[in-house]
Design a protein. Structure first.
Length: 54
């Protein structure tokens, strides 16, 4: 999931603004990931590779 706010306030820069990757069940400070791009695809999930091919 991509989060744009926490509670009722927009994310601050120190908390990953403008968008932060949220992984349910994972603690943020142990599982830090920076989102550099988002790509949409029409393929069903079972057709996509779990790893980048390029």
């Amino acid at each position: 999931m991509l989060a744009t706010d926490a509670g009722d306030a927009p994310l601050a820069a120190r908390h990953g603004a403008p968008v932060r990757l949220v992984a349910p069940g994972r603690r943020g400070f142990w599982w830090v990931k920076w989102v550099t791009s988002v790509e949409l695809s029409d393929r069903p999930p079972w057709w996509q590779s779990p790893f980048p091919l390029s």
